[in-house]
Design a binder for this molecule. Sequence first.
Ligand code: UGA
Length: 416
Amino acid sequence: MKISVIGAGYVGLISSVCFAKLGHDVVLIDIDEEKLAVIANKEVLPIYEEGLQELLEEVHIETSSDYDKTIESDVIFICVGTTADENGAIFSEYLINAAGKIAEVLKKQRGYCVIAVKSTVGPGMTENLLIPLLEKSGKKAGKGFGVCMSPEFLQEGRGIYHFMNPSRIIIGEYDRKSGDTLERLHQGLKAPVMRTNLRTAEMIKLASNSFLATKISFINEIGNICKQLGIDTYDVARGMGMDDRIGHKFLNAGIGFGGSCLPKDLRILISGAREVGYQPDLLQDVSTLNETQALKPVELLKKHITLKGATVGILGVAFKPGTDDIRDSRAIKIAEVLLARGATVKAYDPLALDYFIKTFPKVTRATREEVMDCDAVMILTEWEEFKELDYRGKIVIDGRRIEKAREARIYEGVCW
Ligand code: UGA
């Protein structure tokens, strides 16, 4: 099939190379010509994703900033980034721009093209915002063009693997013909397909991420209680997870969830619920607990040293291991508070340090050894290499459960 992908971010780029690998003709559209040149020339990408560089070098994808290149497409995927402010209001300018430009293309299209939304949108946005914009083409949704909402469930760092081995393919369809097209497009992938309407698909995405967020905040709350009682939270989680209704995954207690998805999707769902007059207390508590959890390492450190004038070393600034992404990383909040309390902060991360130091020029870029020489060390991302360090004689506040760090002179796990 002929596919166009709008937006060369994590989702758009991964989808493009993977659809190309599955044998489809792919055109990748973005407004950022520099980014497109890097992709077209198969140069080293500015983002880290396992296997992405290799796949980019293997497949052919056409890149362009010209939407007219999408005219022949059977499916146009909208993969532009969406962000949400503190209140969950979505910054939808990129979506609106993309839909406006696609509407121009639809005017010239002769075939039946399906517009498929992969960007995370709030409940009802595909129908209430995007379809009216697309219909400015003069064509009607379901007649002149098709519409689907097909959320992605890629985990950053392992996006290629998750694209090729999905847990499920959710197809929210406006009309049957669009759903049929999208189902055919995914035929090369082995996964259960669920077809539903647009709103349900949007909600499946938001509810899935909010559930994962809830599971993490839940175990963090259990951990906070366990710490007071002298119980090892990780043993509790292990015992709980043996019940396959609960499962072992996403029960790692620590300093909470970050990244560009879980916190944002939770905020979008909370705001969407309030808009329809429902107060989502549980989801709000999940979010609040996540924010207070991030400050636990600072509270614990204060028990052992005076922050003013101290040098604190941070091990790990990425929001999780295996990525160079620092969006909503807990390290941001922690560094801010440490600096505000008069501490000097040195940080080390195997991948994400460049972005972090750009955001926080007051934090000193350091090697692992320099971090280990600080007055105290905080472990904020569970990189494998931190399992090999020599923590003896140190003061360590562990936000991510690195067993070896228990050998420290003073060891505090945030919630165990
Ligand atoms: C998340 C979802 O897991 C994906 O299914 C989804 O497709 C994606 O968002 C998205 O919406 O695009 P991701 O943001 O890459 O993926 O990160 P996760 O692996 O879910 O981790 C999120 C955060 O939770 C990290 O900060 C991690 O350290 C934290 N976490 C995770 C815990 O604190 N404990 C756990 O047990 C698991």
